[in-house]
Design a binder for this molecule. Structure first.
Ligand code: FMN
Length: 192
């Protein structure tokens, strides 16, 4: 496979992952720099991917630690693996938190109710509680569906480089790096 084809395959995989919840790359590990300087990471679900916009987005809770971390240091890394095909994709980029405006509201409206439940918790993610159901407070305190919107944001990642590793052929491992410069991508093979 040529580098240009790999580039298209990467974006194709990520775009498919954003629309198929059981796709291998739907859940990626998002890595940030913690407020104490230590690395931090967590799983996020890809929500929108656009190669022409150089955009990969996910949703999160404005109250979550990762938002404070990205406010301080917007550089982010995403890593995903397709264990069956022995593929790894890593994306390094800059994150922008979308706290208001139509992109956020449209993303909220387009989400399944099931995916929005956690935004209705009264307590910020990470707050200690005695038992899981305490996150929602007393039953009478549970906010209505749209009240969770106040906690909801979209994180837009603009890639600056992408690393592809293909170990599907044990005797012919392939690794490529794509680096964004202006509106163009440079591409090269690198040693695995
Ligand atoms: C399969 C899966 C998908 C997840 N997707 C998201 C997501 O899209 N956005 C998100 O904020 N958290 C998501 N989470 C939860 C995060 O991994 C994490 O526990 C939570 O966001 C708190 O992270 P933080 O304390 O680093 O901010 C997901 C967890 C799993 C297991």
């Amino acid at each position: 496979m040529k580098l240009g084809e790999i580039y298209l395959r990467i974006w194709g995989c990520l775009a498919a992952a954003a629309s198929e919840s059981d796709h291998a790359f739907n859940a990626m590990q998002a890595s940030t720099i913690g407020l104490d300087g230590a690395p931090n990471l967590r799983t996020v679900a890809l929500r929108r991917v656009s190669e022409p916009e150089n955009l990969i987005s996910f949703h999160t809770d404005l109250r979550s630690p990762k938002v404070a971390e990205l406010d301080r240091e917007p550089r982010i890394a995403l890593a995903g693996v397709d264990s069956d095909r022995k593929l790894q994709i890593r994306v390094f980029g800059e994150a922008r938190i979308i706290r208001d405006g139509p992109v956020r509201v449209d993303a909220w409206k387009a989400s399944r109710d099931h995916d929005l439940i956690q935004y209705r918790t009264l307590l910020a993610p990470g707050t200690p509680i005695a038992q899981p159901r305490d996150a929602f407070g007393k039953k009478s305190d549970i906010p209505g569906p749209d009240e969770g919107l106040a906690h909801f944001c979209v994180v837009e990642v603009r890639a600056v480089s992408i690393d592809w590793l293909d170990l599907s052929e044990a005797d012919n491992p392939k690794r490529a790096r794509f680096i964004r410069s202006g509106d163009e991508w440079t591409r090269k093979w690198i040693a695995p």
